[in-house]
Design a protein around this ligand. Structure first.
Ligand code: AMP
Ligand code: GLY
Length: 422
């Protein structure tokens, strides 16, 4: 098979690595890719938001399967363009990607599907939203409806913060994404993520994970895209997973199919779990980053078979071969992230790292310049390792971190604390 992966972060490096483990992959192109991906696959510069350009590229390069990494091309309808041209694609249509692109839409689906989630109200006017929040009191959660690069959510522990968030959203800070605001009941509990492959009708769970969103140790500091993750998430027991499938995932997929917009791709189910009862926090319509890195290291070559089957509507015949193992990924970010940071600092020591099915340093934001690897983003490297226990995976991941010579980078030292100290 000739395969094209869209994206260029750590998630896509992990997808590319798993794809290359599978002998069914004859040729792999990643667009745009990064310096780590370039070491294992061909990278192509391509505007991944331009459906016509992606379709032409796929056709010209005799691509048999396109795997879409990030949400932006999905929300832009790139999967629809590929499908109309007869190109096999893993990833939902623009209509089904609404599960991530609009929080109000997701709430509507949850209502119709009777899926447990936070109570909510929707507003297009600041005055009404403020009055509602004043009546409800804090804590309360304010969300911009649309895609806001992970920044459109304020969990307000007091009224002043909630009101300020409403003003910010209606002031146009998030552009069209903030034209509508969803205000939610604050849910207590522990968060975990559940990943389910879907082919429109069949749903197949492929793993659980937890990530660390805050920048610094002890869950302090600003929110980020994720500073590390581990899999499995012990709180997401088989029993909680079954409840999630029965009460949230299947009813959602049935509702999407009934509306004529079946969901195909990976459904990232963000959950709040309290006393063994899962409630939906959010859906994403793609793999998490960095959650994908731990899932791919655990699944290995079979990931491609599963993704291929989802794209072809054959998930019913597939099984996941679970290993009783644990994986952890630790993100190295550029000093200053998630605020402003420098690009172009040199990273040394990467060549000496082992690259095995137990440890891989996935690149998230790097470029090569005359044989040197330079940082080219906020999140830059993902040291990812697998072991019989989470402690073993952690020790391997941090040994990789310690072998990397990059003075301008930083990482959290406590990834997995909830499980390791528990
Ligand atoms: P979202 O983008 O919807 O996942 O929200 C980002 C983060 O805000 C989540 O990962 C949660 O930590 C938190 N959050 C969102 N909605 C709620 C809620 N209703 N109750 C408590 N925390 C929430
Ligand atoms: N790590 C969170 C996300 O990918 O949305």
């Amino acid at each position: 098979m000739n395969i094209l992966i869209l994206g260029g972060g750590g998630r896509e490096h992990a997808l590319a690595w798993a794809t290359m483990q599978n002998p069914k992959c004859d040729k792999l192109i990643v667009a745009p890719g990064n310096a780590g991906i370039a070491a294992i696959a061909e990278c192509a510069s391509l505007d991944v938001l331009d459906g016509a350009a992606v379709t032409e590229f796929a056709t010209d390069n005799a691509i048999d399967l396109v795997i879409v990494g990030p949400e932006a091309p999905l929300a832009a309808g790139v999967a629809d363009d590929l499908r109309s041209a007869g190109v096999l694609v893993f990833g939902p249509s623009k209509a089904a990607a609404m599960l991530e692109a609009s929080k109000a839409f997701t709430k509507e689906i949850c209502d119709a599907a009777h899926a447990p989630t936070a109570g909510y109200a929707r507003f297009t006017e600041a005055a009404l939203a403020r009055a509602y929040v004043e009546a409800q009191g804090a804590p309360i959660v304010i969300k911009a409806d649309g895609l806001a690069a992970g920044k459109g959510v304020t969990v307000a522990m007091d009224l002043a913060t909630a009101l300020a968030a409403i003003d910010d959203m209606f002031s146009g800070e998030f552009g069209a994404a903030g034209a509508e605001v969803v205000i939610e009941e604050f849910m207590e509990g522990e968060e975990a993520s559940f990943f389910v492959l879907c082919d429109g009708t069949t749903a197949l769970p492929i793993g659980t994970a937890q990530d660390h969103k805050r920048a610094f140790d002890g869950d302090e500091g600003p929110n980020t895209g994720g500073m590390g993750a581990y899999s499995p998430a012990p709180i997401l027991s088989d029993e909680v997973a079954q409840k999630t499938m029965d009460r949230i995932v299947h009813p959602t997929l049935d509702e999407m199919a009934a509306r004529g917009t079946p969901f195909q791709g990976v459904l990232y189910v963000g959950l709040m779990i309290q006393d063994g009862e899962p409630r939906l926090v959010e859906y994403n319509v793609r793999f998490g980053d960095p959650e994908c890195q731990v899932l791919m290291l655990r699944l290995g070559a079979q990931a491609l078979d599963l993704i291929h089957a989802a794209a072809e509507g054959r998930l019913g015949e597939m099984r996941v071969n679970w290993a009783d193992d644990h994986a952890m990924t630790v993100v190295m970010a550029a000093e200053g992230y998630p605020g402003s940071y420098a690009k172009g600092t040199e990273i040394r020591g990467l060549d000496a790292l082992a690259e095995t099915s137990f440890e891989m340093c996935f690149h998230a934001g790097t470029v090569e310049d005359q044989g040197r690897i330079l940082a080219n983003g906020g999140r830059v490297l993902n040291c990812t390792a697998r072991g019989a226990t989470l402690a073993e995976a952690r020790d391997r991941a941090y040994a990789m971190i310690d072998a990397i010579d990059w003075p301008e980078g930083f990482c959290r030292r406590d990834i997995g604390w909830r499980v390791l100290e528990g």
